[in-house]
Design a binder for this molecule. Structure first.
Ligand SMILES: Nc1ncnc2c1ncn2[C@@H]1O[C@H](COP(=O)(O)OP(=O)(O)O)[C@@H](O)[C@H]1O
Ligand SMILES: [Mg+2]
Length: 363
């Protein structure tokens, strides 16, 4: 099966439900054939953005273009977009074949042409032989594939998926994620997937659009977002980040001094863009911390609370002197003797990959 994939551009999209703004000034670009994830907590406006792109919400300020053409004035049916809804929204009294053929009847396709197309789509999503089943006679994963086949029926230039894996258990989810990526790559169709699951977004998408409270916090590749989070929100939402409160004492090109909530002083060999006296939050990824024997300019004293093995790694929960808890991961068998619980130790911060945010941002 071939598709004609096209680039998607969303520019200045806003939407208000009965006077309540849900989405404001949302702009992003998805290159042709690319898969992007709209990622954010429940209620942040992801589905609203998806529905606006699909033309399911009344036209509002903002431009949505597909393949360079402004599609915002077009009704949903004429936009060349296929959409899979959160609960799949299959018609319960229609067979698999009837569900898939539904959008084709609207286009005036005759029975024979519809049948051929349904067969082709069922083969694409590997559901051959199940055309006469009703949705309730299918597993969750199979229902999802029917919904994908129906979305692909009209040969869309863009595929939208709203939380496609939310209803499935974890083990099945991984299989279906791999299957979806394979299908997306085979078809080469531009795809936007909505999810509140940051691991899922990182696993599926080549571009993340991270949303919070109706606006975009950051867009970038999963690695860019993970390594260079633009805000404390992004830092905490995508992957784990330990948070340590501090006040900037001095900051110059020669180095910066921070007074930590524990009472300790950190001297970092880098400049910080904060005025002396600014309250800040330092964030540390668990894999960027290490346990060392001696204190230095960039260590903090800690006490081991608990160690949890996870595959080849061990995760250590550590309490700093003021009770602040942070996590540290390290390869499991590198240390010669196991660490005693409550053992005093020093945590070395990675001064390059340490992020510093204004303390005013919501934690
Ligand atoms: N039909 C609606 N009428 C009124 N408010 C809505 C409607 N749909 C969504 N909202 C509100 O808009 C905000 C964004 O919702 P939504 O786009 O569904 O978020 P998400 O998909 O990220 O969970 C939420 O505060 C939600 O309560
Ligand atoms: Mg939603």
């Amino acid at each position: 099966m071939q598709t004609h994939s096209q680039a998607l551009t969303v520019n200045g999209l806003s939407h208000t439900y009965a006077g309540q703004p849900a989405v404001e000034g949302v702009s992003f670009h998805v290159a042709a054939g690319e898969i992007a994830a709209l990622l954010g907590p429940s209620g942040c406006g992801k589905s609203t953005v998806l529905r606006a792109i699909a033309g399911l919400l009344p036209a509002k300020p903002g431009v949505i273009s597909l393949g360079g053409r402004d599609i915002s004035p077009l009704p949903g049916r004429e936009r060349g977009i296929g959409m899979v809804f959160q609960n799949y929204a299959l018609f319960p009294h229609m067979t698999v074949a009837e569900n898939i053929a539904y959008p084709l009847s609207f286009r005036g396709w005759d029975r024979k042409r519809r049948q051929a197309r349904v067969e082709e789509l069922l083969a694409t999503v590997q559901l051959g032989g199940l055309e006469r089943r009703l949705p309730r006679q299918l597993s969750g994963g199979q229902q999802q594939r029917v919904a994908v086949a129906r979305a692909l029926a009209v040969d869309p230039a863009l595929l939208l998926l709203d939380e496609p894996f939310a209803a499935l258990d974890r083990a099945l989810r991984l299989d279906l994620q791999i299957e979806l990526v394979r299908l997306q790559q085979t078809l080469g169709i531009t795809t936007v997937i909505v999810t509140h699951d940051q691991e899922e977004a990182q696993a599926l998408a080549s571009q993340l659009v991270v949303m919070n409270r109706g606006h975009i916090e950051q867009t970038g590749t999963p690695a860019e977002i993970y390594d260079h989070p633009a805000s404390l929100f992004v830092n905490s939402f995508v992957g784990y980040a330990g948070k340590i409160r501090a006040v900037v004492e001095s900051a110059s090109a020669a180095g910066s001094t921070l007074k930590v909530s524990t009472g300790e002083t950190l001297r970092l060999p880098r400049e910080l863009r904060f005025a002396p006296g600014s309250p800040v939050v330092l964030t540390v990824r668990p894999e960027r911390l290490s346990i060392v024997d001696r204190p230095s300019d960039f260590t903090l004293a800690g006490r081991l609370l608990v160690s949890t093995p996870l595959g080849p790694d061990v995760i250590r929960s550590i309490a700093l002197a003021d009770g602040t808890e942070i996590k540290l991961t390290e390869p499991r068998d590198l240390r010669r003797s196991p660490l005693e619980s409550s053992a005093p130790l020093f945590i070395a911060l990675d001064v390059v990959n340490l992020h510093v945010f204004p303390a005013g941002e919501a934690l």
